[in-house]
Design a protein around this ligand. Structure first.
Ligand code: COS
Length: 386
């Protein structure tokens, strides 16, 4: 058993930490306050560090990171700017990785070199009437010669206004439940595609979440990902890896809030002593530290299992569930340690608290993660579920 990162992974982590602190850190507040999407900074990360192709093979312009290395990058970005970490994570996991693993040769040749250099990907599964219950989605894709015609409404599309390509899910057989869903690559310029206004959210304000309207939107049949009817499984497989990424994002947020709390507790004086000397504060720090380490262990174990080629659906959900709830807990205590100052915008912990909250919701709510964990545990232990 080895809990250490390799030398290469440590170097990568150090380089991304330095880059995030120096190149991204100075811009966070301005973009977050304006709720502005940092396209220029994201594209610079593609160019400077190759972060647009973390999960793409080198032959297509990627840097082909192993899952553990990839998680260190997402964690380090989230430590400075949670919104940018989800922009990068969605692009790489449910965009690039999905095309790299389920795409045809022609799809990979067309999209991966662009996505690893100056394009952005988005993932469009949810609908106003279908969030947790994916099989209930109502967007349709009807075959018409060598095209499909898509009609429907999508929402919560992260990167949606800036994306150059979308992975969109639609029903090719509306009577077949989850087996009637197919996935398509849609280019931004496709006729019939209208992008709505970004939602006004509690946190991760510079990451956009938009609606998409598809009105007789024609997609070449060659842009279907995988077999007809295989879309649900593609989405589930890719969400497994995406959920570990959200776990890593939550770990980065928790680490940031913990570091800020420790710093403040060692500077702030009350009753003639720095407050870190009080047991009340130490107990809070202890509870935060335990959750943080536990969350990181679950995230890195799930990533290691993926790397080892083991089934990891349950571990991905455990990592996301635990890390997201740990992040909310750690941020809550970090504000408490800061007292009234923690409630102001000047001390950053309020921003991390707001940003942490969404990790319990997107890429599957905590309730869905519990369902996946229980179902898989029962199945793994021979108590097959109907
Ligand atoms: N990997 C591969 N295949 C999977 C899988 C996974 N992680 N999870 C499920 N499948 C397969 C199942 O094996 C089953 O295959 P068969 O029909 O061949 O037996 C099929 O998919 C259907 O699975 P299941 O019966 O579990 O589907 P449900 O409709 O009950 O849905 C949940 C399962 C609720 C877990 C799923 O809909 C889900 O994850 N919902 C949340 C979606 C989400 O995260 N939304 C946010 C989007 S991003 S903002």
């Amino acid at each position: 058993m080895d809990f250490e990162l390799t030398e290469e992974q440590k170097l990568l982590r150090g380089a991304v930490r330095e880059y995030a602190e120096e190149q991204l850190g100075p811009h966070v507040l301005e973009y977050e306050r304006k709720a502005e999407f940092p396209r220029d900074l994201v594209m610079r990360m593609w160019k400077d560090l190759g972060l647009g192709g973390m999960l793409a093979p080198e032959e297509h312009g990627g840097i082909d990171l192993d899952p553990v290395s990839y998680m260190t990058v997402i964690e380090e970005l989230a430590r400075v700017w949670p919104a940018i970490s989800i922009i990068v994570s969605v692009h790489n996991s449910v965009g690039v990785h999905l095309i790299a693993h389920h795409g045809t040769g022609a799809q990979k040749d067309r999209y991966l070199p662009r996505l690893t250099s100056d394009w952005l990907a988005a993932f469009s599964l949810s609908e106003p009437g279908a969030g947790s219950d994916v099989a209930a989605l109502r967007t349709t894709a009807v075959r018409d010669g060598d095209h499909y015609v898509l009609n429907g409404e999508k929402n919560w599309v992260t990167n949606g206004r800036n994306a150059d390509v979308y992975v969109v899910y639609a029903k090719t057989d509306p009577r077949a439940g989850n087996r009637g869903i197919s996935a398509f690559i849609l280019e931004r310029e496709s006729g019939g595609l209208t992008v709505g206004k970004p939602e006004r959210k509690l946190g991760i304000k510079s990451s956009e979440a938009v609606t998409l309207s598809l009105a007789d939107c024609r997609v070449p049949a060659a842009n279907r990902l995988g077999e007809e009817g295989f879309g649900f499984k593609i989405a589930m497989m890719e969400l497994d890896s995406g959920r570990v990424g959200v776990g890593a994002q939550a770990v980065g947020i928790a680490q940031a809030a913990f570091d800020l709390a420790v710093k403040y507790a060692r500077e702030r004086e009350a009753f003639g002593r720095v407050i870190s000397e009080f047991q009340a504060i130490q107990w809070m720090l202890a509870d935060m530290a335990v959750r943080l380490e536990q969350a990181r262990a679950l995230v890195y174990r799930a990533a290691w299992m993926k790397e080892a080629g083991l089934p990891y659906t349950r571990q991905a959900s455990m990592a996301k569930l635990y890390a997201s709830e740990a992040a909310t807990f750690v941020c809550h205590r970090a504000i408490q340690i800061h007292g009234g100052y923690g409630y102001t915008e000047d001390y950053h912990v309020e921003r991390f608290y707001r940003d942490a909250r969404v990790t319990e919701i997107y890429e599957g709510t905590s309730e869905i993660q519990r369902l996946v964990i229980a179902r898989n545990w029962l199945r793994e232990n021979g108590y097959e579920q109907g």
